[in-house]
Ligand binder design. Structure first.
Ligand code: ADP
Ligand code: ADP
Length: 230
């Protein structure tokens, strides 16, 4: 059974811009897929629908066991347990330590302190930043901040990890380090969906490539290529 399924999904913003038109797509558990396409194509909108930052306005969709059109506001935290999200600008809480940033994601879903402590140490170990556990985000490099954000995103062991341009603010060395982590997380069974403009990464670490242009899926290839000049 697909872990992500969209059928004829459209999304129009309140100012009249149609960002997605009739998107249908299935992603199987354990897949790694890149979302590519020019700026303004609809990639971010697509991703926001999946973690219910935005509501689908036509068509239907499901992620893990959740029906995106039927999900009530109070059930959104439940969806977010199954879907981890990583952003280009990390979005760490600036006044919280590394430990607290990750712990917070578990506190909000009611995990017990002992389990939180154990898991925070586990995910920080995975991203190689246990020694930064007491640091604040502004004491870390961009690459380190993104590694913390990845640790946070997987703290609740989500089935799906969504990343919107996770290497967009990083130099090549840090970008590859982030990709190594995402590969490792994928090999542990997490489905990964990643929007990116990084042609080198897409053309080197081969995975499914879904291209969106003008709100439509125009290409969907197994072991695909980036396919744009930028
Ligand atoms: P991408 O991530 O591929 O750059 P987006 O999903 O951000 O594309 O944008 C798709 C289209 O929707 C663009 O035309 C963009 O200008 C428009 N758009 C994005 N966000 C909003 C918004 N909040 N309000 C109105 N239009 C938006
Ligand atoms: P104990 O295990 O004896 O309770 P501490 O409470 O001093 O020891 O915490 C030791 C470990 O607990 C830290 O290395 C870290 O893993 C975790 N920890 C708990 N709360 C925090 C916090 N606010 N900031 C950093 N680390 C914390």
């Amino acid at each position: 059974m697909s872990i992500i399924k969209l059928s004829n999904v459209s999304k129009k913003y309140s100012n009249g811009t149609t960002a997605l038109r009739n998107i249908s797509l299935e992603i199987e558990p354990g897949e790694f897929a890149y979302i590519v396409g020019p700026s303004g194509a609809g990639k971010s909108t697509f991703i926001k629908l999946l973690y219910r930052e935005l509501k689908i306005d036509r068509g239907s969709g499901s992620v893990a066991t959740y029906d995106l059109s039927k999900l009530r506001r109070r059930d959104v935290p439940m969806l977010r347990r199954s879907v981890g999200v990583v952003f280009q600008d990390y979005k760490l809480l600036p006044k919280k330590t590394v430990y607290e940033n990750i712990a917070y994601a578990m506190e909000v879903i009611g995990k017990r302190p002992r389990e939180i402590k154990k898991r925070v140490n586990e995910v920080l170990d995975l991203v190689g930043l246990k020694h930064k556990i007491r640091s604040f985000p502004d004491e870390l490099s961009g690459g380190e901040q993104q590694r913390v954000a990845i640790a946070r995103s997987i703290a609740n062991a989500p089935k799906v990890l969504i990343a919107d341009e996770p290497t967009g603010n990083l130099d090549p060395e840090n970008s590859w380090e982030i990709m190594n982590l995402l590969e490792k997380i994928n090999l542990q069974g997490t489905t990964i969906l990643m929007a990116t403009h990084n042609s080198q990464i897409v053309n080197t670490l081969k995975h499914r490539v879904i291209a969106i242009e003008n709100g439509r899926i125009v290409r969907d290839q197994e072991e695909g290529v980036y396919g744009y000049d930028d």
